[in-house]
Design a protein around this ligand. Structure first.
Ligand SMILES: [Fe+2]
Length: 135
């Protein structure tokens, strides 16, 4: 049983971005499964490393579109991305220091990100990019 299920409330309407977001949902599910099977510690390290890669690829996909089409909300949106990058760096440090309850902290943070960032902030640029011919 999946912890999170992809649904339309998360769909932005831009295929590359949606595929990357599905990848994040999948990552959260894998971490959740690993935790419930007592493999949380190993998977946590992999999750954090994947998050580092994810931010590099995924945020640059979104921001390249913003820059190309002059998305008016780009500034505040990029600030949220920067906050995410800082949080992941903090997780990385926490992992190296064996911080207690870190896996729950990561799960909580990613769950909130799906609700607050993807389903609100990211959804907002979907129609804008669609109007510029990006789908
Ligand atoms: Fe975003």
């Amino acid at each position: 049983m999946e912890f999170l299920t992809w649904n339309e409330s998360l769909a932005v309407g831009v295929s590359t971005v949606d595929a990357q977001h599905r990848g994040l949902v999948d990552l959260v599910n894998r971490l959740h499964t690993a935790m419930s099977e007592g493999r949380g510690k190993v998977m946590l390290g992999e999750t954090i490393d994947e998050l580092v890669d994810y931010t590099k690829i995924h945020f640059s996909t979104e921001e390249t579109y913003f820059d190309r089409y002059g998305y008016p909300e780009a500034g505040s949106h990029k600030s949220e991305h920067e906050a995410f990058i800082a949080k992941v760096a903090d997780f990385k440090q926490g992992f190296e220091e064996d911080r207690l309850m870190l896996s729950l902290e990561v799960m909580d943070f990613l769950g909130e990100w799906l609700v607050d960032h993807i389903s609100v902030r990211d959804k907002a640029f979907g129609p804008f990019l669609n109007d510029h011919g990006v789908a």
